[in-house]
Design a binder for this molecule. Structure first.
Ligand code: HEC
Ligand code: HEC
Length: 200
């Protein structure tokens, strides 16, 4: 008779701790969806820093408004009539990987390189060129226009993606974006954690 209540207490404890774990998981998910420290002014300021990098030629040249990549600090249309193609990897004989190797070639005006060098796909072009800060922030928050990513996945992308990191190792003769990479990634995270408000 005396054993039963103890077993019941243990069972109750087990149920309660399982519920606590589930509650903590839900609370974490909710914290991401609805940031605890929503701060519209802080978010807008963070995005304006992020925007300066996104619009830099090292990034914008692969996020063009048209169907061709851009080149150089003046972002002229890519020579040799290179085009995006449906998968972003070029068309016909002008596949990106024919000229762009796994690493930057040494010397000015030679192709930069990366194992996955390509443009965004034609049906998800992820255009940065010509967008105002507000337009670009709205686009980045829209999974229908950002490649189906959550805000957390975007933070992950700008922190670790190899093509993003290439911007800070761009090869001879190319300028780098205006913020160091770690600061850019931190300001992107600030924008998301403060509620991802779009600039006015
Ligand atoms: C026929 C060779 C060739 C092909 C094919 C080619 N490129 Fe290039 N690309 C180059 C060369 C050479 C440069 C360097 C030009 C310079 O620095 O003056 C370059 C530079 C670039 C740059 C500029 C980098 C910067 O920030 O200034 C981008 C972006 C680029 N290519 C994207 C692509 C993409 C995407 C494809 C495929 C859709 C592609 N290229 C196909 C030869 C090629
Ligand atoms: C060689 C071309 C290339 C360069 C250079 C490049 N990107 Fe991209 N970027 C892509 C491709 C392709 C995708 C889509 C594929 C993916 O999501 O992994 C993409 C996706 C993205 C995305 C996520 C999707 C979205 O909503 O736009 C962000 C953010 C981004 N790039 C930022 C940058 C930044 C910042 C730089 C410069 C530091 C940069 N990119 C340089 C090709 C490039």
């Amino acid at each position: 008779m005396t054993g039963l209540p103890i077993r019941r207490v243990l069972l109750l404890l087990a149920v309660a701790s399982a519920a606590a774990v589930a509650f903590a998981a839900r609370r974490d998910a909710a914290a991401l969806a609805r940031p605890a420290e929503k701060d519209d002014a802080g978010a807008r300021a963070a995005f304006l820093d992020v925007y300066r990098v996104l619009m830099h030629p090292r990034c914008m040249n692969c996020h063009p408004s048209g169907d061709a990549p851009l080149q150089g600090d003046d972002s002229h249309v890519h020579l040799q009539n290179v085009k995006r193609g449906d998968d972003g990897k070029g068309k016909y004989a002008l596949k990106c990987a024919n000229c762009h190797q796994d690493t930057n070639l040494r010397g000015e005006n030679l192709p930069p390189g990366n194992p996955t060098w390509h443009l965004p796909r034609k049906d998800q072009p992820l255009v940065f060129q010509g967008k105002s800060p507000r337009e670009l922030a709205d686009q980045l928050k829209d999974p229908g226009r950002n490649g189906g990513k959550s805000l957390e996945q975007l933070v992950e992308h700008v922190s670790h993606d190899k093509l993003v990191l290439w911007g800070w190792e761009p090869g001879d003769g190319r300028t780098k974006p205006p913020l160091p990479h770690d600061e850019f990634a931190r300001r992107f995270r600030d924008w998301v954690e403060k509620g991802a408000a779009s600039p006015e």
